[in-house]
Design a protein around this ligand. Sequence first.
Ligand SMILES: [Zn+2]
Length: 391
Amino acid sequence: MAGSQTALREANRATVIETVRRYGGLTQVELAAATGLSAATVSNIVRELQGAGAVDVRTTIHNGRRAQLVTMVHRTGIAAGVRIGTRHMSIALADSAQQVLVEQTLPLPHEHRADTSLDRAALLVVELLERVGSSLGELLGIGIGVPAPVDAATGTISVPGILRGWDDAPVAQVMSKRLGVPVFVDNDANLGALAESRVGAARLYQDSVYVRVSHGTGAGVVLSGRLHRGFAGTAGEIGHVQVDAGGVVCLCGSRGCLNTVVGAPALIEVLRASRGPLTLRDIVTLAVDGDPGCRQVVEDAGSAVGAVVAGLAIAVNPQCVVVGGELAETGEVLLAPMREAIRRRVPLNHIAPLEVVAAELGPQAEVIGALLLVLENTHELTHWFEHQDGD
Ligand SMILES: [Zn+2]
């Protein structure tokens, strides 16, 4: 009986922490409403967490009344990570101890433009800082991930046509002018690679490849523990490797790129006759639920991506290929044919087999990578890496 009560108290404590992190900061009354716990329970848990140095409690005025605002305790120095997708934007804040303080996702319109999306991102960063009880003065920098190759030196997109409405936008410059902090821009697959290599599935390896199979497909390459971007930031752009010489013309201008075969519009089109109009999310959900048509399409995509990744793996010789992106949420439906396609093409060696594994950070990989990009570039992680090396 005593044991189950302890377990219940621990579960309640975890729920409170998770809820504070989701909203950034809430009053105790809001915490009770959001968790479904009684006011007394919330008050006890908050007092415990405050005693343990996990949360901060400040008196504020909320709806004209005095209220106790609960936020996560954070170390000085906050990084903002922004991931721009084709239809969504995710923003997270983390402190220099890499603790995620708050995160939020919002929808973006079809073919959104750089100026309006960056405006919204800047406003949201300020709003989230306030919500976690901080301010712009504490912001170290902003990391931004975009689904296109980026010239990291200038923070602009280096290949035109891939992300319409963003081609000539000086992304880093615009954002740093808005908020007055350093801004680091990179390709989303590169950020996923950085995150998985530091704190995810590839953390034990020096050489790894991260493959992002989502609306489009891309890869990030980590060599000797460092992200390899290439001269113009196009290293790992496997979505534009030709797989069908007579295929459809791609956004980049070439014919029959991998993206024209496994990109979301292609998968949706293949299923249209039998399943009607679906979204990529629908295809993932149906494949997980066992729909044979959707599974077939995801499996075929896995084989096609695997064949291209094999070429990259031969060029790079990584210890591990980590697979993320929305399609990876189908688990082995995507992963098994992909692993098979890679293993069939990459020569076995006597040292160690090439691992092909699922990403550990899931849909958060890119935004965590954006946070790490800021912390690494502003040298806030020096101690952390020294600590890791000493372990
Ligand atoms: Zn292309």
